[in-house]
Design a protein around this ligand. Structure first.
Ligand code: DX5
Ligand code: ZN
Length: 233
């Protein structure tokens, strides 16, 4: 079943503790922290102190998405701040295999994030040190962008490979995950939905209302549109 992960860069930065508590209560599955360095992506968001400050307010999984150059330099910082999962961009680290091993050595889940243009072949020699793959469905850096349609093919292809190789790897999608794109990304094999302004943080909805609607929407999807374990799609 799909997992909902609020993208906290889209929350009210002045009331993050409140947002985390309310979203936890509303039944989110994990919290997604987009970390940006102004260099790998042309934007800044939050740092390890923000993760640390929010850690005591929920037991839900903290998923840290490092959109930074040389992410290997920051693994300990974010693990010590309370991260349960860390994804690094394959395009941002020279030694991807070692970086993933470093994350796993800290006892947390290791993820690889791929920009829309980056082929799945980057994963060919790291399947055994990956727990999840973040497929960027927009160009990273900003909320409110349009879904890149060709990434649907990438989700389906990754799902096919995971099934064929019988890997225990989850597919996370990040970027314009909306009521329009959710049915399609689920059908292609995505499991972890990073929910930002497109589906959760809306000006005319409370967080509780938005979560209620999102849950109802997911429940109402015909199971045929949801990829079940063992599906060969
Ligand atoms: C892109 C960001 C966005 C954000 C989600 O770097 O990661 O994907 O979290 O926000 P929306 O739903 O506005 O794309
Ligand atoms: Zn992200």
């Amino acid at each position: 079943m799909a997992k909902i992960g609020p993208s906290l860069m889209c929350a009210d930065m002045g009331n993050l503790e409140d947002a985390v508590k309310r979203l936890d209560q509303a039944g989110v599955d994990f919290f997604h922290f987009d970390i940006m360095d102004g260099s790998f992506v042309p934007n800044f968001t939050m740092g390890p102190d923000m993760v640390k400050a929010l850690r005591p307010h929920t037991n839900k999984v903290f998923d840290v998405h490092l959109m930074v150059k040389e992410p290997e330099r920051y693994i300990d910082l974010f693990v010590d701040a309370g991260a349960d999962m860390i994804s690094v961009h394959a395009e941002a680290t020279t030694h991807l295999q070692r970086t993933l091993q470093t994350i796993r050595a800290r006892g947390i889940k290791a993820g690889v994030a791929l920009n829309p243009a980056t082929p799945l072949s980057y994963l060919d020699y790291v399947w055994d040190v990956v727990d999840y793959v973040v497929l960027m469905t927009v160009n990273p850096g900003f909320a409110g962008q349009k879904f890149i349609p060709l990434t649907y093919n990438k989700i389906a292809e990754l799902h096919r490979i995971i099934r064929e190789k019988q890997l225990n790897i989850e597919i996370q999608v990040d970027g314009n995950i909306s009521y329009e794109t959710i049915p399609n990304v689920l059908e292609k094999g995505a499991e972890m939905l990073v929910c930002g302004t497109s589906s959760l943080f809306k000006k005319d909805r409370s967080l509780e209302q938005a979560m209620e609607e999102l849950h109802a929407f997911l429940e109402a999807l015909p199971s045929s549109r949801l990829v079940e374990a063992g599906d060969t799609k």
